[in-house]
Write a protein that binds this ligand. Structure first.
Ligand SMILES: Nc1ncnc2c1ncn2[C@@H]1O[C@H](COP(=O)(O)OP(=O)(O)OP(=O)(O)O)[C@@H](O)[C@H]1O
Ligand SMILES: [Mg+2]
Length: 378
């Protein structure tokens, strides 16, 4: 069995190669990207952790010192996908689905048990310097900065590690300082920063070398809503300015909705869905939500014959109706209620609900409300 690769900095520190590439398209205006092979391609990728089985009881503990027992924990079970240059893809799944394990393999921190992956043509776990200089992995729950010194000092260390030239370093840092509003944060010891401030500084540290591929593992974890929104705006701007390809995990659907047109959903180490975020609702939740706002005279009318009543508050009744029947049912509702209806909306269910249903593997077709008889307002 391989032992997993050494941390990135150790390898990079010994290399000292200078990079002069600018972020593609940066400050030069947008240049259309040529159609190329996927920047990230994954095939049959598998990771099985070997975990020491802990035993209870003194005798068993002594025996386990002599002969350790291991059990297999399958974390990633043969996944396939490709990501094109400049895409932002959301990588979704419940706790323990295998997201972080996948990102660690793709960034060269873990050897896989099987399968293949290429990132910009490199096999990540070979950890070539050229590869490490072209990508970054940022984890919301890990720090790459030294706690007791200001971030500005850590940045100088990263400058040396990555062999970033003076001009590029100043230019990149200025740009990141402006985008992330880093200003005074750079000169305080990292340990004095709030979680949100630290996350902004972490982003700057991870992007100083202008990576072309950015893996983000829960970058907004634990942040308040306004800081989450700022980080989101930054990620969008980073992608727009630099053309960086981004694979992002987040448990906050607002992040995914704001940033990702495409999502890959993973559960128990297997891919459940790979496609458009909007198609996800269509494919996985074959129902829509009708919102009927009733006028005073109609408030209290029972609309359950038109669909499952999801909520009924202050005259706004929300009904879940089968997607295929949505148009016909709303038309009938309008006709039957006549002047009793003040407003009507037809929407996809909230994305959180769709995702929950995907994760739970629920059979959505079983939730169709009973057929509505003609003129059925009661
Ligand atoms: N170092 C490890 N040793 C043994 N098992 C591990 C290790 N890291 C993760 N696992 C297991 O592998 C599975 C996948 O874990 P992983 O961290 O990839 O999930 P995740 O999708 O990132 O979850 P979360 O949303 O909670 O971050 C889980 O069952 C986890 O317990
Ligand atoms: Mg994780």
């Amino acid at each position: 069995m391989h032992s997993d690769p050494a941390p990135i900095a150790g390898t990079i520190a010994s290399a000292g190669v200078q990079r002069r590439r600018r972020w593609a398209g940066e400050r030069l205006g947008y240049a259309p990207r040529p159609v190329t092979a996927p920047v990230v391609s994954v095939s049959g990728l598998t990771k099985i952790y070997k975990v020491h089985e802990r035993t209870t009881g003194l005798g068993a503990t002594f025996r386990s010192l002599v002969r350790r027992k291991y059990k297999d924990v399958p974390a990633v079970a043969g996944i396939e996908f490709g990501i094109a240059s400049g895409e932002i893809v959301g990588f979704l799944g419940p706790n323990g689905a295998g997201k972080t394990t996948t990102l660690k393999m793709l960034s060269g921190l873990l050897f896989p048990t099987g399968g293949d992956a290429q990132v910009m043509g490199h096999v990540p776990w070979s950890r070539e310097d050229r590869f490490l200089r072209r990508m970054t992995l940022l984890m919301g729950n890990r720090t790459q900065l030294v706690w007791d010194i200001p971030a500005a000092d850590s940045f100088l260390v990263l400058k040396q590690i990555y062999g970033i030239g003076d001009a590029q370093f100043t230019e990149t840092l200025d740009e990141l300082t402006e985008l992330l509003e880093l200003g005074p944060l750079l000169h305080k010891p990292v340990r004095q920063l709030s979680l949100g401030e630290r996350m902004k500084v972490e982003f700057a540290a991870g992007l100083l070398h202008r990576p072309e591929v950015v893996f983000l593992d829960e970058p907004t974890l634990g942040l308040d809503v306004s800081m989450q929104a700022r980080i989101r705006t930054f990620i969008k701007e980073l992608n727009r300015r630099s053309g960086a390809t981004i694979l992002l995990t987040s448990h906050y659907m607002d992040d995914i909705v704001a940033l990702c047109r495409r999502v890959i959903v993973i559960h128990h180490g297997k891919i459940l869905y790979d496609g458009g975020l909007t198609d996800l609702a269509e494919r996985m939740a074959p129902y829509k939500i009708v919102g009927a706002t009733l006028r005073d005279g109609a408030i209290g009318r029972d609309l359950s014959a038109y669909g499952d009543v999801v909520s009924n508050e202050n005259g706004l009744v929300k009904l879940r109706v089968p997607r295929a029947d949505a148009a016909e049912r709303t038309a009938r509702l309008v006709r039957d209620l006549e002047g009793g209806l003040a407003d009507l909306s037809l929407e996809d269910p909230p994305i959180e609900e769709v995702i929950d249903r995907v994760f739970s593997g629920e059979k959505l077709d079983d939730h169709r409300p009973a057929a509505v008889p003609e003129g059925a307002v009661r």
